[in-house]
Design a protein around this ligand. Structure first.
Ligand SMILES: [Zn+2]
Length: 329
């Protein structure tokens, strides 16, 4: 397959400089997933207005949904929007949970500036092997690669795991040096989806594992997946307006805030955006059942998601003002 897009020509950035600056300045780069134009708008508007770098993430499922041929243009649109509003934030277009080398190559050929190879369900030796292959291809085009060690509980697309398998700190140095990855996702108790903990649980991240990992690979960019807070206000809004989402509990803000001061350079949030978006749509439909103009229900949904992400950038990521802020309309 020939390479159709060069991310640099689309105005996108890889994550190398982003993570370096984030670790030097003690914040984390927000990595938010999107499935459609309104979610992408919510993300880039929030980050541009906050002057925060941003990683726009799509999973393989999301890219199939959008159409891989359209994804590079959404990335380019995000950059173009930020620049038009006077912001110089770097924007990465990242493949979340790349399942295999074929998907990774396809995404790089379609203008992705960063990819994740999720080899976490293989045994250690195979994880090293597949990750190394992904890195060899990606680095030819200056695309950055995120690997993963350890397994997160929960469901994301077709990736599902019952139990946490915490990252073994004694493996990270070997993994990083053998594979050449640019960043490493680790499992310290965050999980995918809305049902991270049961009511009554005391959600605790294994910050001791994070600290041990940092000692082994000082300054190396660490990634946390599955870090949505699952805000009660959105669950309530959904349920009050005809929805049914039960027993959803996420990662408390205070647990994550500490992590951003460390070598954690990227934190993934997907579920919170989905909840905010759904809450916004449900509220409009509950209050005005005759509404059928998509702008009238997707608009409020987008605004709810955007406002929440701006809050989150202040409360957790600490990345506000790292770059020039967009002018607020
Ligand atoms: Zn994930």
């Amino acid at each position: 397959m020939t390479r159709k897009f060069n991310y640099k020509e689309l105005g996108l950035s890889n994550t190398r400089e982003m993570f370096k600056k984030a670790n030097e300045e003690g914040y984390a780069v927000p990595a938010f997933n999107f499935n459609n134009m309104e979610q992408m708008q919510a993300i880039v508007e929030a980050c541009a207005e906050m002057g925060s770098p941003v990683i726009l993430q799509v999973s393989k499922g999301a890219s199939n949904y959008i159409g891989l041929e359209m994804v590079p243009f959404l990335g380019e649109a995000a950059v173009s929007y930020a620049r038009a509003k006077g912001s110089d934030i770097p924007v990465a277009l990242h493949l979340d949970h790349g399942p295999d080398l074929a998907t990774i190559k396809d995404c790089i050929d379609h203008g992705f500036s960063s990819v994740m190879i999720d080899g976490s369900h293989y045994d250690y030796e195979d994880n090293v092997k597949y990750t190394k292959e992904a890195v060899e291809y990606a680095h030819k085009f200056d695309v950055t690669v995120e690997g993963e060690l350890g397994v997160l509980a929960g469901i994301e697309d077709d990736v599902e795991a019952e139990e946490h398998v915490y990252t073994k700190p004694e493996e990270v140095e070997d993994f990083v040096s053998k594979t050449g990855v640019d960043s490493l996702a680790i499992a310290i108790g965050t999980s995918h989806g809305a049902h991270k903990f049961k009511p009554g649980d005391d959600p605790k991240l294994r910050l001791d594992v994070l600290a041990d990992v940092e000692k082994k690979i000082p300054g190396f960019p660490i990634v946390l997946h599955g870090s949505s807070a699952v805000p009660a206000k959105f669950v309530k809004m959904i349920n009050e307006n005809g929805g049914k989402i039960a027993d959803a509990i996420g990662i408390p803000n205070d647990q994550l805030r500490g992590a951003t001061k460390s070598a954690v350079a990227k934190i993934n949030v997907d579920t919170d955006g989905r909840l905010a978006f759904t809450a916004g749509i449900r509220k409009v439909f509950a209050e005005n059942p005759s509404e059928f103009d998509p702008r009238k229900y997707l608009g409020p949904a987008k605004k709810l998601m955007k406002d929440y992400y701006k809050e989150k950038i202040q409360d957790i990521f600490g990345s506000e003002g790292a770059y020039k802020k967009a002018e607020v309309r």
